[in-house]
Design a protein around this ligand. Sequence first.
Ligand code: ADP
Ligand code: MG
Length: 559
Amino acid sequence: MSGNNVVVAVRVRPINARELSRDAKAIVQVHGDQVIITAPFTSPRNGRRALESATKTFTYDHTYDSMYPDHSSHASQDKLYQDLGLGLLDKTFAGYNCCIFAYGQTGSGKSYAMMGTKEDKGIIPLICEELFRRISSTSGAEITFNVEVSYLEIYSEKVRDLLNPANKTNLRIREHPVTGPYVEDLSKLVTPNYCDIERLILEGNMRRTTGSTNMNEASSRSHAVFSILLTRREMIAGVDTEFISKMSLVDLAGSERVSSTGATGLRFREGAEINRSLSTLGRVISALAEQGTVRRPELASSMKVPYRDSVLTWLLKDSLGGNSLTTMIATISPADINYEETLSTLRYADSAKKIRTNAIVNEDQNTKMIRELKLELESLRARMTTSESVKTNDMLADQLISIVRPDGSTQEISKAEIAARVEQDTKLMQELNLTWEEKLATTRRVQEERDKALEDLGIHLDDVNLIGLTTPKRIPHLINLSEDPLLAELLIYTLKPGITTCGNLSSTAEIKLSAPSIREQHCSFHNIDGVVTIEPIIDATTMVNGQRIYKVRNLIRVE
Ligand code: ADP
Ligand code: MG
């Protein structure tokens, strides 16, 4: 069978303070391309059984031992990028679609590998840096590049645009025979340089943690998909040609099972929905893995892969089993207390090795798509008018009509469906026909909306420091209001000049906290003439440095 296997890498992060405080021991070892895990002894009674299956060895395409930062064998962020990111970037420039996705339990290092920190950048920012370096060294009169990015989040089967605050509602996933599945109205922003992309990533990441009403849940239970669309324009034999390739960088939701977090009742049902994308991903991967081992291609193609069962798998259909070069980074904790989850991740990664994709160079896709859409539109419109003239009766609106696709296949659809399809095609055509100037204008408009939305949230963006997730220098702020110890991200609420309100999740307050004792209107912060005070609403328990306060209290004077 032709194609490329999904490249699978496993990375072990350092043991963390929380694990150490629970006396956890490291039970994972990395030797060459092998990862060896030893079952912890739980009790003397099942000691013998544990001993029998005590160690398990798995082999992967790449392994990264990042357990001991001081060791010579320590795998740095740069090493991951050099091994996994750079090669795919080459392929993106050559016109292939690529995908990297990070899989692992919450806190195992997915976001660290993908995004990293400001001091120790992960694969996504490192790829973006090199992308622009290469564009500036390759561009010339004959060849130009354009970069557009989109950033979305899937939470509880709903798709949210992380780059455009005006896109408040769920975005719809649509499908089209010409384009495949896509997110309707998702903003694709033109980014001419690295700084712009860095800022978009930061803002997107902030929206990921601050935009949702239930931050703790959303940050570990949501999937984030960052996509880079690279358009190369080149004069080939005097003809203006465009090649478009897409790189999808996916930070998946924590892979831990809902049951293991002890959720029950309503929470459990919600959890099932939240995890639908992840559990479907599991089924898709095993179906694809099975397909990958079938020798006869005609048998493999007849096997059903349940892409359509969840938003994530539907969107990543191509990245998982189609036209894409795909790499999976499985991240694990070395600690014995995470044995079950780690073993499950290692098994998952093991089965992903068998998946084969079929990457092809995307040739002048835009022009081809426009041509095909045009043809389809013409034939649809023709169908609409002929059927109109034949019957004036509305009863016949759902009469079936056959249309012939550009590839020669026929499909029966109703008149109402044709009308809907014409609308969809027209919208797609308009998008494909947009000039770069028009796209830039949209990008600028969205940027203004983003700035405004962040301001409303009480978040300040500093051009030099990009604030990121470091604490802003001269702006009074609150940090880490999350009661969830698993939440690794830092939450910052800046106290803007004027009043900032604080209340529970169902309130309209600017700072929303999720604890039973938090009132709808709980307290407010006043930043007036450089003096910040806090005022509790009557009866709402509010403490400053461990002491309950009953009236306005000065907090800080801003120099
Ligand atoms: P996830 O996204 O899988 O929930 P994170 O990437 O947020 O997990 O990692 C959890 C914590 O562990 C973070 O504080 C992160 O900085 C730290 N961490 C993860 N991987 C590494 C690594 N390879 N080296 C050092 N610290 C790491
Ligand atoms: Mg994360």
